[in-house]
Design a protein around this ligand. Structure first.
Ligand SMILES: [Fe+2]
Length: 376
């Protein structure tokens, strides 16, 4: 049942399932009050101070507990079988043994989402935490939501962000207004004209772009200006299928983006497709209007433009884009690390169009999911 090896011990857990536990890991995960602060649950044991030859001098199983006396100043550790079951080694798929209650399932989409975009009622989200949980989960899994019926009061989008989590400030104003300026050539950016705004993610010029972008129509009486959205993760999947080398190129070549305002000047270069260490797509960046000129070798330049243009054509493909009308009092929110948003051009003389923007960090939305689940 308990077998001591050279650098690990083996235990039979549930159903006589034999599991192996590394000595350094066991010592490092000692649950005693001297190694784990009893009230904060923060680790006080310093991992680098564990002796290289750490090993048990005594060990036994008793009453559902594994007890070990270490050759490290005779330190004693106790682990319940329940804890060992939950934290067993040999699970390659998890980076951490904590089972994340905010873990979801990606739902990639194309234009078949049109008419099926997750849609919520503003009052429900303010008053009912189960509705708010569903909204947060839709941001996580689909990355695109519509909220109807928000009061048409200035700053409501900021209050909504504060209801969900926190406002993520950027070099835009904390509460950013988007409306056409009378002279398009004096406009703050393309969004402040009535021109078409191609699908893009916001603020790709940050090393950590805001994870959720949200806007609220205080008024939309203009003709045209249909909202558009494209799932960047789906586009990346299609690119990988069509041309794996092009996909690889876009995971490797950093693209510089820059945006400046009276509040700051943010410039950074990151691949359009940022992967995690398991090779999964983590962040999708795309903004034709904010991309800066590249400086690459001739070979790399050719490979980059081939891949970049292929990506751009997939984004523009109507099969991959949803198009929908947002009206006065509607809000839209996207997972800005994944989903692009845009709009068609509109007639500036046909009626007023004014929206306000706010951002949140994606981690704060996941945190809200955990907190609501914890409280229920
Ligand atoms: Fe935008």
């Amino acid at each position: 049942m308990l077998k001591i090896n050279k650098t690990s011990l083996s235990l039979s857990l549930n159903n006589n399932d034999q599991r192996e536990f590394n000595f350094v890991w066991l010592r490092d995960n000692c649950q005693c009050d001297a190694c784990l602060h009893p009230s904060t649950q923060e680790r006080t044991l310093i991992t680098s101070e564990i002796p290289d030859d750490i090993a048990p001098i005594d060990s036994n199983m008793d009453d559902g507990n594994l007890s070990i006396t270490w050759n490290d100043k005779g330190h004693q550790s106790h682990y319940s079988l329940d804890w060992l079951n939950k934290h067993q080694n040999n699970k390659e798929t998890h980076t951490c043994s904590y089972v994340d209650p905010a873990m979801g399932e990606l739902k990639l989409w194309d234009n078949s989402l049109e008419g099926n975009i997750p849609t919520f009622n503003y009052i429900d989200l303010r008053e009912d935490n189960s509705a708010l949980l569903a909204w947060c989960e839709a941001i996580r899994d689909v990355g695109l939501t519509i909220v109807r019926g928000a009061p048409t009061v200035e700053g409501e989008i900021e209050r909504f962000a504060e209801h969900v989590a926190y406002v993520r400030e950027t070099i835009y104003d904390r509460l950013h207004n988007v409306r056409a300026t009378p002279n398009a050539y004096n406009a703050y950016n393309v969004a402040s004209t009535s021109l078409e705004l191609k699908p893009h993610t916001d603020m790709p010029n940050y090393n950590n772009p805001p994870g959720v972008q949200m806007f609220h129509f205080l008024v939309n009486e203009a003709e045209g200006g249909m909202s558009t959205a494209v799932d960047g993760f789906n586009i990346a999947r299609l690119l990988k299928e069509q041309d794996p080398d092009a996909y690889k190129t876009l995971t490797e070549i950093p693209v510089p983006f820059r945006m400046d305002s009276a509040r700051g000047d943010i410039l950074s270069a990151n691949p359009l497709l940022t992967l995690d260490t398991a090779g999964n797509l983590k962040v999708f960046r795309f903004s034709n209007q904010l991309a800066q000129s590249l400086n690459l070798s001739v070979d790399k330049m050719e490979a980059f433009y081939h891949a970049y243009r292929l990506l751009g054509r997939l984004i523009e493909d109507p099969d991959n884009m949803v198009k929908f009308r947002l009206n006065t009092s509607d809000m839209m929110a996207t997972n800005n690390l994944r989903v692009m948003h845009g709009r068609t051009s509109y007639d500036v003389n046909s009626g007023n169009r004014h929206l306000q923007l706010s951002y949140m960090d994606y981690d704060d939305v996941l945190s809200r999911i955990r907190m609501i689940k914890k409280a229920s």
